[in-house]
Ligand binder design. Structure first.
Ligand SMILES: [Zn+2]
Length: 445
């Protein structure tokens, strides 16, 4: 158990604003209280630093970090798309053994930690050996990914992916043999083994259920594993409506769009996160709102893959929570994702401050809303009680250098907007997870 420690930066972001003269008192990995500086004389002084809650990356495929910059050229196809990118990504995925999965994941998680991310939802779908056979431990690769996160020091929700088929009326794709667990019984047996693993017992790692998509998991299978998630109160994540072709295939198979299918089958819930959820109707947005489901937008990846723009304005109007993910790792910078939520809509609507809330005229209202996507909403999405700095919650936080060129000179009341819209990620200087400092002065170790 970690001993008591206190931290005294220039400013602390708590209760939706920056406050000065505040020290964070931590014990046993949690925040005990936030007090006036004078009440914490032994506090570790963090000079010229603002301290914020650690960010939560709700959707990651860590291994994809290794193809960064390697798909930015025209392939043999006349028009490149998400689908041609996917074949290139599969080719890389299929070369990785356990050691490489660990190394690639470690690299991705280290980059996340250095940018202020303290917890990740890892949507993990490579299960088998390169020839498609099951390892002696069917969770070998999932556990390598968990080990990488633990070695870096960030929390991980291992969202174990179910993948049954290439798609409706689609020939099997030999590049998918490492993902497939054809029956829900096999999937659930392996998931239960993972849930019993010793490294999932201390709050640094836990598991969730992740049917890959309506394309890859047929309805009966989907119902079985979502019922399991409900019984065990596990976070449930699924790619939903990322591409128009996925929506039309779903309509062809079921006569309903992906969200309509999930809704009418009673599969949406507060535990459910729809990743992307781009190509949706107003009716689908209302269904998500009614069920209390969460959306995970991944705007840097979505713009890189040509997926489209998440209609976050409509989701917010309906009361749907939106979280953020670095997804393909083309960039790892959750604040960039936060600002892109807004920027994509500005370009689309030729308007500004599209996502600013109607009921809050304060100058930081929009920034606060976007920062919540990177923190509180992400935590809720991956089943983690955190994302803010309050007594009783985990001591997960990061600091930024107030003298960094990207934000220098700003007034305290504009600081959050400066951070959300302008911060360079190298301005992140200290990162603490569960009271343990994993990044100091911008360095890990
Ligand atoms: Zn994804």
């Amino acid at each position: 158990m970690l001993s008591r420690s206190s931290w005294l930066p220039d400013l602390v972001y708590t209760g939706g604003r920056f406050q000065s003269d505040r020290a964070l008192v931590c014990d046993g990995g949690k925040i005990v209280e936030i007090v006036e500086a004078a009440q914490a004389p032994d506090a570790i002084r963090l000079k010229r630093r603002a301290l914020l809650p650690g960010m939560v990356n709700a959707h990651s495929h860590a291994f994809q970090r290794i193809i960064r910059g390697r798909t930015e050229h025209r392939s043999q196809h006349t028009t490149d798309s998400f689908w041609t990118w996917r074949e290139q990504m599969y080719a890389a995925a299929n070369r990785l053994g356990p050691e490489e999965i660990y190394a690639a994941s470690h690299l991705a998680f280290l980059e996340m930690a250095l940018t202020g991310i303290t917890a990740v939802g890892e949507f993990h779908y490579i299960h088998h050996a390169t020839d498609g056979s099951t390892y002696d431990d069917p969770n070998l690769l999932a556990r390598e990914v968990i080990r990488a996160a633990r070695d870096v020091g960030i929390r991980i929700a291992l969202l174990r992916v179910a993948y049954a088929r290439a798609g409706f009326e689609t020939e099997p794709n030999p590049q998918q043999i490492r993902f497939i667990e054809a029956s829900p019984d096999t999937y659930l047996k392996h998931l239960e083994q993972l849930l019993a693993a010793p490294e999932l017992k201390d709050g640094m790692a836990w598991a969730g259920v992740a049917p890959h998509s309506v394309r890859a998991v047929p309805l009966d299978y989907l119902k079985t594993i979502i019922a399991f998630a409900k019984d065990h109160d596990l976070p449930t994540h699924m790619h939903v409506a990322e591409q128009p072709a996925e929506v039309s295939a779903c309509i062809k198979e079921y006569g309903r769009s992906p969200v309509a299918l999930l809704d009418t089958e009673g599969l949406l819930s507060k535990r459910f996160t729809a990743v992307h959820a781009i190509h949706v109707t107003p009716k689908a947005i209302n269904a998500m709102a009614q069920a209390g489901a969460i959306v995970c937008a991944c705007p840097t990846t979505e713009r890189n893959l040509g997926d489209g723009v998440v209609p976050v304005d409509s989701y917010f109007d309906a009361g749907v929570r939106v979280s953020l993910g670095s997804d393909s790792q083309i960039q790892i910078d959750l604040l960039e994702d936060a600002r892109e939520l807004e920027y994509h809509l500005r370009l689309q609507k030729t308007a500004r401050n599209v996502l600013a809330p109607d009921d809050d005229a304060s100058s930081s209202a929009l920034a606060r809303r976007l920062f919540d996507c990177a923190t509180v909403n992400g935590a809720e999405s991956i089943g983690f009680n955190g994302g803010k700095l309050e007594a009783g919650l985990p001591a997960d936080f990061f600091t930024v250098d107030l003298d960094d060129l990207s934000i220098a000179g700003c007034a305290t009341e504009d600081l959050l907007a400066n951070i959300v819209f302008s911060l360079s990620r190298t301005a992140v200087k200290d990162v603490v997870v569960g009271g343990k400092q994993i990044i100091s002065h911008g360095l890990h170790g």
